[in-house]
Design a protein around this ligand. Structure first.
Ligand SMILES: *[C@@H]1O[C@H](CO)[C@@H](O)[C@H](O)[C@H]1NC(C)=O
Length: 334
């Protein structure tokens, strides 16, 4: 009997990785959820995958897509809402910040997934949530604006309170810092100085402390495989998803070594970010995120969040940062 894994966001960086890894599992077939299956019909990476239309705003569409699932990989995307004009319009109308609106929508998406998955609880073996910790809770209220973390922590709490039977079958992947973020966040891109040396002015990342770096398209599937199949990761497990734990200073040294240049890390402050034209809500969000991970850690010090090697992940398959740097196209910064 083959088992069915349903993957939310199968065309994204995390979901496509889960799909690739499970395509090598002979006992599993895959149903990938996307808003627009027709767009990916000819895509060779989804030839052996059933694509189903569903939308996180529409709980009924999720219920349909989850029918018969033995496993579900679930994720929500805070930043996606911040690409939509409607988010900014709503913020203005309600006198809120755009990141507050994005968090409210993300929590609703999480609740829609939970309520739809709860209808399948009798046949479901495992729900795995891509998540982040509730920084407001783990900092005892000190951190107020790290909302791209907090929404995920909030619906996790909702799941545990409202759906204990589903919670007994759920595990959590705390996804680390994307190595690819240098393309989205200019402060993480190495910049050439007049003397020919390079600097990375980090913002929203811990000072002098290890960062859980992840290369999502390659690594996510190995974490999720362990959270679903490994006897070392019983349901209820939480994992910090990273390929290497490395400080930004060490990352700069590796980066400089690969390119035969000097590279150092500097801190970009909240005031610097504002002076560079970053909107206030975004500067708050990112700087508080950095404060949180510096003072409390990526998972806020939650003792339940374990390392990949302790939960049955084959760590030899994970990305080596130096190799990733060698494969990446840096022509835009060199
Ligand atoms: C990522 O995975 C691809 C495909 O399997 C592989 O060719 C590549 O070397 C991997 N990248 C890194 C940095 O490990």
């Amino acid at each position: 009997m083959t088992k069915l894994l349903v993957i939310i966001g199968i065309t994204g960086l995390q979901g496509s990785s889960v799909s690739r890894v499970f395509q090598n599992e002979p006992d599993w077939r895959i149903r990938g959820i996307t808003r627009n299956p027709a767009k990916y019909k000819e895509d060779p990476q989804f030839q052996d995958v059933e694509l189903a239309a569903a939308d996180l705003d529409d709980q009924t569409s999720l219920e349909k897509a989850f029918k018969g699932a033995n496993g579900i990989y679930a994720m929500t995307n805070f930043w996606e809402s911040l690409k939509e004009d409607a988010t900014f319009q709503q913020a203005e109308n309600q006198g809120k910040k755009p990141n507050e609106i994005a968090m409210e929508r993300e929590i609703q998406h999480g609740k829609n997934i939970i309520q739809a998955a709860a209808k399948q609880v009798a046949t479901l073996d495992r729900l795995v949530f891509s998540t982040l910790s509730d920084s407001n809770k783990w900092s005892n209220g000190e951190i107020k604006w790290n909302l791209h973390f907090d929404g995920k922590g909030r619906y996790e709490a909702y799941l545990k309170q409202q759906f204990p039977d589903l919670a007994k079958k759920t595990s959590y992947l705390h996804v680390g810092y994307y190595l690819s973020n240098w393309k989205m966040n200019p402060s993480f891109a190495p910049r050439k100085e007049e003397d020919g040396n390079f600097v990375i002015r980090k913002f929203g990342l811990p000072n002098g402390k290890p960062i859980p770096f992840i290369n999502p398209p390659n690594d996510t599937g190995h974490f999720v495989r362990a959270l679903i199949l490994s006897p070392s990761a019983p349901p209820g497990s939480s994992m910090l998803g990273y390929c290497e734990l490395t400080t930004m200073e060490e990352y700069c040294t590796i980066w400089g070594g690969v390119h035969g240049v000097q590279c150092r890390a500097e801190v970009l402050t909240y005031e610097d970010a504002l002076a560079q034209g970053m909107p206030e809500w975004m500067a708050l969000e990112i700087s508080e995120s950095g404060t949180y991970v510096t003072k409390f850690g990526w998972a806020g010090g939650d003792p339940e969040v374990k390392h990949p090697k302790d939960l049955g992940v084959d760590v030899s398959k994970l990305t080596k940062i130096e190799e990733w740097i060698r494969q990446e196209d840096w022509s835009s910064v060199l």
